[in-house]
Structure formats: C-alpha cells, structure tokens
Design a protein around this ligand. Structure first.
Ligand SMILES: [Zn+2]
Length: 260
C-alpha cells in the first residue's frame, strides 16, 4: 500500500512539473507571436500577397526559407508571382546534399533557388561571414534584385528579432539583405522572425506544401537536438504548449512579418 502511494505521489509531481513546463513554454512561444492588431495584420498580409509581383526572399541557411516563409512563398508562387529564394551561407562538408535538398524544397513551393555559397557559422572554429564577405553578400543580393526587377523583399528581422534562436548568420544576412533593398530602392520590405510583427499571411492553402518542403531537408531531420525538442514539444502539447501558434516558424496556419 505504501509503495503504491509513493508511486502515485511521484506521478502527481511529474504531472505538475509537466504542466509548469508546458505553461512556461507556452508563455515563451507566445512572446514570439504577439501581433498588436490582428485584423489589420491580416489585411496587410492580403495586401502583400496581392500587390507583390517579383519577390526576392533571403535566408541564411538552406532550410531557413522553408521554416520561416515556406507558406508565404508557396502562396505567392501559386498566385503566379515570381519568387526568387536566396540562400547565403551553405558552404560546408555536405554542401552538395544541402543544395540538392534546397532545390527539391524550392520545386515543391514553386520558387527559383539561388545559393551564394558563403561559409556558415559553425562550432568547429568557423566564425561565419567576415566584413569583406558581408560586402560581397550585399552586392550579390543587390545584383539579384536588379536582375529580376524585384519589387518586394523578404528578410530576417535583425533589428527586432523574435525572442527565439538568434543565429549570427541570420542577423548578418538580414542586415545585408535590407541594405541591398534600400540601395535598390525597394519600397516593399517584410521581415520574418520578427519580435514585433504587423503583417500575417494565411498559409493554410500552402500548409501541406510547406511541410513537404521542410521534409525535403532530409539531412536536417535527424539531428538529436531537433528530435529531442520535437519529442518534448509533442509530450508537452496537452499541457499548454501551442504547437499550432499561428506565427511560429514551424507549425501553424499563418506566417508573420514586420513591414518596414
Ligand atoms: Zn538558419
């Protein structure tokens, strides 16, 4: 009888811990997704999809475009807009594999992929983009904007980041992409992974393709950290974690941006 009570107590404590963790996760992820005026943000998103003609979207790594903007890219392409997806940092030992995966994902979503081949920041001593390389990144993006006569740019919000996962490559590529857009005179600039979004795009019609495009990055699916995080989130979901947060980078029914 006593052992039964002890087991029961342990189970209750574990449940309480899970609930608290779940609430904490939930609050944490909610911070990434606050939209001050949801109705206006929805209108802004519709305006973006309607009026963009040629869109250049810049990401640091081969799967960034899919995670942060896949639904928006799929929606734009389905509406006949020209979309060019630029991946800046993809130099590494599995570059050929990652380019093949990125190309497959681009095909699923319907955009033209361009890989610039700059080094990625890693934890084996590579510090990422040097100042000289950043100048070239900016020039390369500017050349692409001009070549395709782009009128809209999507890039990482390096000035007002969502409070999750601040990768130095993301920040630097966001800065250079915005600088290139400014130099090219692009008026329509939308920043993803923003801490202060004011534009939401309904991605439900493109949701399946977004999942398929993310799944195309096979080499990124089996990393222990991601697997652990996903498993944990899966466990915690019943306790308050909203894996369907509308503006989260992975799941959800919309993607959010801050319009410059
Ligand atoms: Zn990345």
């Amino acid at each position: 009888m006593r052992i039964f009570l002890i087991i029961l107590a342990v189970i209750v404590v574990i449940i309480i811990i899970l609930v608290l963790l779940g609430a904490g996760f939930s609050a944490f992820f909610s911070r990434t997704t606050r939209v001050a005026d949801p109705a206006q943000a929805k209108l802004n998103g519709q305006e973006m999809i309607k009026n963009a003609k040629v869109v250049v979207v810049v990401g640091a790594h081969p799967d960034d475009l899919e995670y942060y903007t896949g639904g928006t890219l799929g929606t734009l392409a389905a509406k006949g807009k020209k979309v060019i997806g630029v991946t800046v940092c993809d130099l590494g030992v599995i570059q050929a594999t990652r380019r093949a995966e990125g190309t497959k994902a681009a095909k699923v979503l319907g955009y033209t992929p361009i890989f610039l081949g700059f080094p990625e920041r890693d934890y084996k001593g590579n510090r990422g983009l040097t100042d000289a390389q950043r100048v070239r990144v900016r020039a390369d993006i500017l050349a692409i904007i001009k070549k395709y006569h782009a009128d809209t740019l999507l890039a990482y919000d390096s000035a007002d980041q969502a409070p999750v996962y601040h990768h130095i490559d993301h920040i630097r590529c966001g800065v250079e992409a915005q600088a290139a857009a400014w130099k090219a005179g692009i008026k329509r600039v939308y920043l993803y992974s923003s801490g202060n979004p004011d534009t939401t795009v309904d991605i439900k019609p493109a949701g399946v393709r977004k999942s398929q495009a993310i799944a195309a990055h096979v080499s990124q699916q089996n990393r222990t950290g991601i697997l652990l995080a996903r498993t944990l989130l899966g466990w915690l979901r019943p306790f308050g974690v909203r894996a369907d947060r509308p503006t989260g980078p992975v799941g959800g029914s919309s993607e959010s941006f801050r319009k410059l």
